[in-house]
Design a protein. Sequence first.
Length: 446
Amino acid sequence: MAAGAATGAAQAARRREQRGWYFYDWAISVYSTSVLTVFLGPYLTSVAKAAADAEGFVHPLGLPVRAGSFFAYTVSASLLLSVLAMPAAGVLVDRTGRKKPLLGCCAYTGAAATTGLFFLDGDRYLLGGALLIVANASFVVAMMLYNSYLPQIADPDERDAVSSRGWAFGYAAGSLVLVVDLALYAGHDTVGVSEGTAVRICLATAGLWWGGFALIPLRRLRDRPATGGSAGSGAGRHQLRETLRDMRRHPLTLAFLLAYLVYNDGIQTVITQASVFGSEELGLDQTTLIVAVLLVQVLAAAGALLMGRLARTHGARRTILGSLVAWTLTIAAGYFLPARAPVWFFALAAGIGLVLGGSQALSRSLFSHLIPRGKEAEYFSAYEMSDRGVSWLGPLVFGMAYQLTGSYRDAIVSLVGFFALGFVLLARVPVRRAIAAAGNPVPDRI
């Protein structure tokens, strides 16, 4: 009886922690949706154009940058900064066990910078770039810490479902806030504010949402005992090299990370640049873009749960491979979209939404099986670099394609190669052997 009661109490505690974990997705996804995907790209681009010279260039740090490429380059800069921060943060929390305080620090730094975007107006593009770099780097490091909780709060056979529910929570929050954003943006005259002010309110409230709802996971998640070693050993500028050196002992885990790095670079670039493509190349207004992203959010929440169910039958790896085929076809079709045709843009959004949440959720849960016990945060720092921290190449390719050709169609079609190559690399990874090599039990279906 005592053993059964103890088991029941442990399960209840785990479920409570899982529910708290879901709420970080609920808190942070509004930043990803309202700020990165919908409002900031077109708005910061318009601010940069207001500051541009007669040839259409701005000059941050004295460098000539086409105003239309400034947002993409700033995203790349923020992700490069996060590459320097994540490995040290990962090893620090693995060796001290103090994960939750650092998660809170990153969350509130990012939320404050996001709220500060309310002051982005006129030609103050450098202010917008600086706040974006701080907010996005904080977002990436916080997501690394958040993801590293997954193998600690979920048993191997339930990780696909737990990860998928987390993504679904996030997309539900993004949908809810986008409805409010759409009402404010479309009715800005009714409430007596300008269109630009409405956008700045939407940006700032995403930061307030992030900070407010982050309190729930910070109350429910708990720190685990450190796995040993000095808190400072290996930290700092050499930690990325040390982490990669350790991971070389698990070459199959590295093979998965390489595949994920490639195809997820394409996913992250689509997320951050789709609104710029829609507004600048297709001539769609902001209301149309908001509705399209809202459609993505609703379908992504449903798609995450649907693909989680498919993974139970077909395995996570096979389900992800199927999603990459769908990504390739969808992005290739985007090249041919006619301008000023919202219906076709909505069709593209629907295709993206159906595979977006599931491909991300299942990739996260699949990687959680490939981590040696006690190195969750350190290995998830490498994963997050593949997720967002090394996803600077896609925005860079997108920005350079536009800078060289002046066409966002050429920029968007350049992303097809990320999905096709990612498919080939993932198909070559023997995931069962990879899980066993990491010292973890192999689930019945993977």
